[in-house]
Ligand binder design. Structure first.
Ligand code: BG6
Length: 467
């Protein structure tokens, strides 16, 4: 008998900027990524989402493929500037129509939509007007956008999440400078991150005030960190990494407060986060209904007296990156016994079971969705067929790892592999493929089912028994 509960949902995920294209179609405003990706040297070989895989014009064909795959749920994000070209104020009805039609098409095929409100494409107008996440004004603007979405789609959509992976868009936007707005300013980053937590809390509050019939959650990276040795220095370094990568991002949305020790450290070192009157109560009073976990890899951690900075492997040439270090705090190091992808990400399914266990231990038995999980690879084409057995192996092992977490008592309610279709990887272009569906960029973006498509179809049909 299947270990997956009867109403466990099988799905897949994408995000607006990575699939839609139509960057200026039908009144859409520009996003920060529409500009950033056109700056020289920011993305792999200058790739951008201007056209992406043209999901904006081909969503009906894509939903038909989702239905054929047997998907019971689909996680996608809304492009904020498609609805509100200036970030607030005037509504672009054509943008509303697009998502409304997409939702209707999904429901017609019995596919439950899960909406992400923010998957990194900020209206550029708000970046220019007040510095985007750096300003407290963003909290009102985000609430206006969230309310608009609830009002227009809340009658048909039950599963919502506010943010995707704050650590990435804030960490890379404000600390490493690899995402927009391309800053390396921890002080601004920490305060911007605080505004994200406030915006989340306000949007959760509005969701409840508007009595939307559904659940609202927050999606985080799930990255278990393990010390490279048993030495007290490495263990302490690992605790710090776990604190910064995990507790800093999860505590405010699941406990309504920051981890005390780290909060004191940040305020002493940088003088932030600054709390305005009412912030504490807002966070405390608006805990999310569920947590979405995006799991790809774990990291090994060592104490660090020498390394500062990092280099990202964006080419898929093994070993071309250099792992992250914060001098005096910790560094990420390679596991000598680990298995790594071509992008130097450790493949470690056991880490998913372990990390879910750590979440349950710290936050209690909260509802969990695995909102992303997948293998980025260059899939070979042999005699016209897309062969992606390594992806099948990766997903099978991770589904088993979820099964193990469920057997240990975790309340995991759904699985959304990344991604439904090959799409734009923010910094790695179209060469880093994740999908069940291949897109031929040399042939008018034609869709083609991969080997993994038939495999996942059987997984869903057997409710996870046939792996
Ligand atoms: C997550 C994001 O960080 O990982 C996705 O939510 C992203 O948007 C995915 O595409 C895979 O990362 P990458 O860098 O391999 O595209």
């Amino acid at each position: 008998m299947s270990v997956f509960p009867k109403d466990f949902l099988w799905g897949a995920a994408t995000a607006s900027y990575q699939v839609e294209g139509g960057f200026d179609a039908d009144g859409k405003g520009l996003s920060n990524w529409d500009l950033f990706s056109h700056l020289p040297g920011t993305t792999y070989q200058g790739t951008n989402g201007d056209v992406a895989v043209d999901h904006y014009h081909r969503f009906r064909e894509d939903v038909a493929l989702m239905a054929e795959l047997g998907m019971q749920t689909y996680r996608f994000s809304i492009s904020w500037p498609r609805l509100l070209p200036q970030g607030r104020g005037e509504v672009n009805e054509a943008g509303i129509q697009f998502y409304s039609d997409l939702i209707d098409e999904l429901l017609r095929h019995n596919i439950k939509p899960m909406i992400t409100l923010y998957h990194w494409d900020l209206p550029q107008a708000l970046q220019e007007e007040f510095g985007g996440w750096e300003s407290r004004e963003i909290v009102d603007a985000f609430d206006e956008y969230a309310r608009l979405c609830y009002q227009r789609f809340g009658d048909r959509v039950e599963l919502w999440s506010t943010f995707n992976e704050t650590i990435v868009f804030i960490g890379m936007g404000y600390i490493t400078g690899a995402h927009p707005p391309k800053l390396t300013d921890p002080k601004k980053g920490i305060q911007a991150c605080h505004h994200v937590f406030l915006a989340n809390a306000r949007a959760v509050k509005s969701f409840r005030e508007m009595k939307i019939n559904g659940q609202i959650g927050f999606v985080n990276v799930l990255q278990p960190n393990d010390p490279i040795s048993d030495s007290p220095e490495d263990r302490r370094a690992c605790e710090l990494a776990e604190g910064i990568f995990t507790h800093w991002l999860y505590d405010p949305v699941l406990k309504g407060e920051y981890p005390a020790e780290l909060l004191a450290m940040a305020q002493q070192a940088f003088g932030v986060p600054y709390f305005a009157p009412g912030d504490e109560a807002l966070l405390k009073g608006n805990i999310v209904d569920f947590i979405g976990l995006n799991y790809y890899k774990r990291e090994m951690v060592a104490h660090n007296d020498d390394v500062e900075g990092y280099a990202i492997n964006t080419s898929g040439q093994k070993g071309s990156g250099r792992e992250l270090g914060f001098k005096g705090l910790f560094k990420l190091v390679r596991n000598p016994n680990g298995v790594y992808t071509d992008w130097d990400w450790e493949v470690y399914p056991q880490g998913l079971t372990d990390a879910i266990g750590r979440i349950v231990k710290r936050y209690g038995n909260i509802p969990i969705y695995i909102t992303e999980n997948g293998l980025g690879a260059k899939d070979p084409i042999v005699e016209g067929e897309v062969h992606d057995q390594p992806r099948i192996d990766y997903l099978r092992d991770h589904i088993q790892a979820i099964g193990a977490a469920i057997e240990q008592g975790a309340d995991v309610r759904g699985y959304y592999p990344w991604s439904f279709i090959d799409l734009l990887s923010w910094l790695n272009g179209y060469q880093k493929q994740y999908g069940f569906v291949y897109v031929d960029h040399d042939n008018n973006l034609a869709r083609k089912k991969k080997q993994s498509f038939g495999w996942y179809q059987r997984v869903i049909a057997s409710h996870g028994e046939q792996l």
